[in-house]
Design a protein around this ligand. Sequence first.
Ligand code: SF4
Length: 413
Amino acid sequence: MTDTIDSLCKNCLRCVQSCPGQVITKVANAEYKRLGNSYWTPDIIRRQWFQAETGRIPVSGAGYGGPFSGPGFDDMWTDMSEIVRPTRDGIHGREYINTVVDLGRSLRYLRFDAAGHVVGDAPKKIEIPIPIILKDLPLGSLSESVFLAMAEAAQAMDTFMIAPVKEWKPYLEPYKAHLIPLLTEAEIDTHGELIRGVRIIEIQLSDETAARLSRIRAAYPDVLIMVRVRLGERSGEEVLALTRAGADILHLCADRDGNVESGNGPRFVKDVVRSVHMRLVEAGCRNEITLFASGGIAMAEHVAKSIIVGADAVALDIPLLLALECRLCFRCEAGLSCPVEVENIHPEWGKSRILNLIAAWRNQLIEVLGAMGIREIRRLRGEVGRAMFFDDLERETFGRLFGKRKKRESVGN
Ligand code: SF4
């Protein structure tokens, strides 16, 4: 039998049509269809593999063949009103589009003394060139090589990687300027030296966190304090309390499929981030704090959509594993061996795959910003006027004309 050279196939189906004996058929590989789950679909996984391999934006061909609405991020559309303007070309440098974001608190107002000099110190801020940091991975066949690949990628991009303190080993020391240790409150007391050597720490939220923030700040005045908030029904009030208590950054986490548990069934991360953002806007303190969103961010467009609903930036997890050729088979969660041996990657190879993926995502972000006529990612935050939401359109316009047409499905398993 001749090698079918599947890797070179362009899917033109000429072999099927021209075979004189009509013995050739072509079907989707059953293993491909089993990749991932209902949220991390085979198509999403395949696209991340392509971007990690090539650093290029996946092009699906002429026109869009998919549905125009769906669950999760798919019930939201971004403004493309400026897409026809050739000068709006950020990728090829005809126009500068800025993707830098600031991490840390901002002052609500300036105070001046009698001589007109500003009173008090400005809060400490850190700039990162892309609105993305690398999050600790929720699953995976992990090893020193995987952590090294992520740390090197974070350093190369001048952004950050979150590393649980139990994974903190001497080989990560050279990267600590780009690492965020994730600690429980009990671990803060026992890791003073580590905390003094980094620029940001992340604390797991507990009932005591808001009350202890000022003590932690006094002990580590040069370190930005990020708090990890698992999104739920009380998130709006928790976030408001932490903002008032002086946290610098809040990390709003949904589960890996973007779901958030609530009394009325799961809500999707973008809807919860939007309500948390609005809670801070209503309280008049949204500009004082930086918000990260994570969970369910599977494609470049999800970064832009997360920012439109109110996040300043996102923390990526599963796409990083996909960049390392993970198949999302979930065998590692059951303690079984990894079919692609993710744990045995070469760190340099892993780093280059992660850089490729995020470079392709950044280019898509610039395309989306250019299509909206926005030249500054910081201006996109909370700009819901640059997007349309299925629920809003149904409620305000089409529902009145046609009745309720489509029930939204939940996302993930
Ligand atoms: S391929 Fe499967 S076993 Fe390997 S890291 Fe990915 S989910 Fe885990």
